[in-house]
Ligand binder design. Structure first.
Ligand code: 13P
Length: 249
């Protein structure tokens, strides 16, 4: 059974003050039946947010993890540290990390491995940009990015308890123009097929301008198991409505 998963990626937004207000507005979401809700605050707030999430049922996630275990890697955060402070999830390979911070496929694969090794659930983010889409290369790009988990797909590495992939077309992120649900379904179906046996229980999320107006149509597709929400996750009202709509309520 693939229950719906909604992840809020706060990116580099917020302050102690705004985060407390946001959490006050969404803390009830963790008690909603039949849905898993995760929030990914900036690193410096993880501890405080984690403490406030205690007994709410909401899950804590990080936005990035180092490809290294520990040691002389100034500014990096290791997977074991994230697990230590109560994180359950971590995004790996977000397009902003790929485009701005040099996260290539090899590094993303190492980050995935680190996260999995520490008992976290890595959320592998993949997606083509506008030029790649225009050139008809969307699937080629996704296929290449999925190579990060080839050892799992080929049975050479253990499959995480929950395998989570997030398809986020770069051209749809922060633009207000989400991808067409049927086009997303087509790609999600192909992603699941590529995952083979691991695909059956894998949750494949869509991200890119998800708002209250489009979440229902997206979630109605059989291979869209949840959403990864950026901008709208910073509003308690919008994020609450998205979670409610994602469960069909
Ligand atoms: P938006 O929802 O703001 O388009 O961001 C999507 C995203 O990048 C989530 O990781």
């Amino acid at each position: 059974m693939r229950g719906p998963l909604v992840i809020g990626n706060w990116k580099m937004n917020g302050s102690r003050h705004s985060i407390v207000q946001l959490l006050d507005g969404i803390s009830g979401l963790g008690r909603q039946a039949g849905i898993e809700v995760v929030v990914c605050p900036p690193f410096v707030y993880l501890g405080e947010v984690g403490a406030r999430l205690q007994s709410t049922g909401l899950r804590l996630g990080a936005q990035h993890v180092s490809e290294y275990g520990s040691g002389a890697y100034t500014g990096e955060i290791g997977a074991a540290m994230l697990a230590d402070i109560g994180c359950g999830y971590v995004l790996v390979g977000h397009s902003e990390r790929r485009a701005l911070f040099g996260a290539d496929d090899v590094r993303v694969a190492r980050q995935f491995e680190q996260a999995q090794g520490a008992g976290l659930t890595p959320v592998l983010c993949i997606g083509e940009n506008a030029e790649q889409r225009a050139a008809g290369q969307a699937w080629e790009v996704l296929r290449r990015q999925l190579a990060a988990i080839e050892p799992i797909v080929e049975g050479r590495a253990p499959c995480p308890r929950t395998l989570v992939i997030a398809y986020e077309p770069v051209w749809a992120i922060g633009t207000g123009a989400a991808a067409d649900p049927q086009e997303v379904q087509l790609l999600h179906g192909r992603i699941r097929a590529v995952l083979g046996a691991a695909g059956r229980d894998a949750r494949i999320l869509y991200g890119g301008s998800v708002v209250t107006d489009n979440v229902r149509a997206l979630m109605a597709q059989p291979d869209i198991d949840g959403v990864l929400v950026g901008g709208a996750s910073l509003s308690a009202e919008q994020f609450t409505a998205i979670c409610e709509l994602a469960t069909g309520s």
